[in-house]
Design a protein around this ligand. Sequence first.
Ligand SMILES: Nc1nc2c(c(=O)[nH]1)N[C@@H](CN(C=O)c1ccc(C(=O)N[C@@H](CCC(=O)O)C(=O)O)cc1)CN2
Length: 285
Amino acid sequence: MPAKIIDGNALSKQLRTEIATNSAILTAKGTKPGLAVVLVGSNHASQIYVRNKIKACHDANIYSELINLDENTSQVDLLRIIHELNENPSIHGILVQLPLPAHIDSYSVLESISPNKDVDGFHVANAGALMTGKPLFIPCTPYGCMKMLESIEYPIRGARAVIVGASNIVGKPMAMLLLQAGATVTICNSKTKDLSAHTKEADILVVATGKPKMILGQMVKPGAVVIDVGINRLPDGKLCGDVDYDEVKYVAGWITPVPGGVGPMTITMLLQNTLEAAEHFHQTR
Ligand SMILES: Nc1nc2c(c(=O)[nH]1)N[C@@H](CN(C=O)c1ccc(C(=O)N[C@@H](CCC(=O)O)C(=O)O)cc1)CN2
C-alpha cells in the first residue's frame, strides 16, 4: 500500500483560518499584525515566493508591505531600510528574502533585524534561543515540518530521526526541534560516508539537500515518515523534491509531496510568527 500523504495545502488552509481569526481579534484590540517583506533584485523564484507571502498576509488579516529593491542596492542602503523598519511601530515582523545578491553580506543583513521582529528566526539571538529550548521565533520551514508531524500525531519521543542537510535555515534548527521533542537525531551532510546506512535507520527522515530526487526507495526504512523540504525545478518545468517520490511512496508510511507539502507550510508558519510578534508587541506596549 502506498504511503499516506501529509498534505501541506490542506493543513495550511486549516491553520491559516485560525491565524486569520486570531489576527482579527488582535486587530480589534488595537494592534493589526504587520509584516515587511524585503526583496533585493529580481530572482524569479523569490518573486513568486514573495508574492505568495503578501497574498497570504492579506488573506490572514495581516498588514504587509513589500519593499522591492533594485539588484544593485548597496548594503549600506539595505541596512538603513532595515533600521527604519526596526523602528516602525506598524511593522511587527521583518523578512529579507534569500538569497541576496552576491555583493551583499547576508549575515550582516540578518543580524541587523531586531530579534523581536525576526519572524524568519535567522538572527543568532533567535538561533541561540532555539538551541536552549526557549525559542522566540522558530524558523518557518522546520516549524512547518514539526506541525506536519503533529498533524499525524507521530510519536516523536524515542524515534530515530535523520536529517539530510545541515543548513542554518533548515537542517540545524530541525535537529534542535526534533531533539527537544525527544527524538534521537543524526544530521548528515555532503561529506557523510554511506548515507544509506543512516537514512535506512530513520523513523523520521527529513531531506533538505537541494539535490533533485536523491533519496531513493532503497534508502528508506519501510513505514518511515519522509519529509521532503526540497523544491527543484526540472528542465521540463515541473517541480520535484529531494526525494524520489514515485519510488519512496511505496516504502514510506507517510510522505510529503512536492509541490503542496512543506512549501505552503513555510508561508503558513511565517504568518504564525508574525501574529506572535504582534501579540508580543501588544502585550509589552
Ligand atoms: N527569508 C527567507 N528566504 C527563504 C526562505 C525563508 O523561509 N525565508 N525559504 C526559501 C523559499 N521560500 C520562502 O521564502 C519558499 C519556497 C517555496 C514555497 C512554496 O510554497 N512552494 C510551492 C511551489 C511554488 C512554485 O510553484 O514554485 C510548493 O512547494 O508547493 C514557499 C516558500 C528560500 N528563501
